[in-house]
Design a protein around this ligand. Structure first.
Ligand SMILES: CC(C)(COP(=O)(O)OP(=O)(O)OC[C@H]1O[C@@H](n2cnc3c(N)ncnc32)[C@H](O)[C@@H]1OP(=O)(O)O)[C@@H](O)C(=O)NCCC(=O)NCCS
Length: 229
């Protein structure tokens, strides 16, 4: 059984005790965000990921340095890894929720989204294939948004688990219905094989949808925990 913990946090303040945990590349990314809340979400994701990684590796957060080189372009905005460590991490932020999922090396993808906004037709058209879209027919605005962001977070979690993110078209995969057990039914992209993936919805928080995906055919046990620094 593969164990995964998903840690949740609200945005930390831009305080020196947290900022000093960022390396120079991370400080550059933090400063480049124009909105303070975006800075704080980024800061929280990295501080939480370093804290979780340190716990797994028996060290302290200030000793953790991530390699987040993007496989596509070489910039430092890719999946954070601790080179040589038996550890895999996935970070996601939306609204007031910042999440970090961790395993002992099984590739995973985490996604959280605020589900209280409107699910625009253009977004639905971009993300869902006809079979999934048919399931939204007849729903009122609120139920439609919840159903859509359930699909969206499940799909993005799967894409993030591959490390390619939204480079894989969201329509290339077909999922189980939004109100059924989360599962990948079909994939036109070789990076995602239904027999070799596991997908779970998460509780996250009121007004949010969240999911976590794994590239494995083994059973996975997921625990959600709230982090207080
Ligand atoms: C990664 C991606 C899914 C993020 O989606 P999002 O909903 O905006 O953001 P989330 O908060 O859920 O996730 C952000 C985290 O995803 C992680 N991430 C970045 N690239 C990733 C990738 N290719 N695969 C998986 N995770 C990735 C990072 O840890 C990032 O956290 P950070 O801000 O601390 O660096 C999306 O931006 C994407 O698909 N990017 C890859 C393709 C691309 O356009 N790359 C840029 C040009 S090379």
């Amino acid at each position: 059984m593969i164990e995964c913990t998903v840690w949740w946090s609200s945005p930390l303040p831009n305080e020196p005790k947290y900022l000093e945990l960022l390396d120079s590349l991370e400080k550059g990314r933090h400063e480049a965000y124009r909105q303070e809340i975006d800075q704080r979400r980024f800061l929280t994701g990295r501080v939480l990921a370093k804290t979780v990684a340190a716990e797994h590796l028996g060290t302290t957060a200030d000793k953790i340095t991530f390699d987040a080189t993007c496989d596509d372009c070489g910039k430092p905005h890719g999946v954070p890894r601790v080179p040589g460590a038996a550890l895999a991490l996935s970070i996601s932020h939306s609204g007031e929720m910042i999440g970090v999922g961790v395993t002992a090396g099984t590739k995973l993808g985490l996604d959280v989204e605020t589900a209280t906004r409107r699910a625009d037709d253009s977004l639905i058209e971009y993300a869902l294939n006809p079979a999934e879209m048919a399931g939204l027919a007849g729903l009122g605005a609120e139920a439609r948004a919840t159903a859509f962001f359930t699909y969206w977070t499940r799909k993005e979690a799967l894409m993030k688990a591959t490390g390619r993110g939204l480079k894989i078209p969201l329509k290339a995969i077909t999922l189980s219905k939004y109100d059924e057990q989360a599962a990948l039914l079909n994939s036109e992209d070789p990076a995602l094989d239904p027999a070799g993936t596991r997908l779970e919805d998460l509780k996250a928080g009121e007004g949010y949808r969240a999911a976590v995906a794994f590239l494995t055919s083994d059973d996975v046990s997921v625990t959600e925990r709230w982090w207080t620094p």
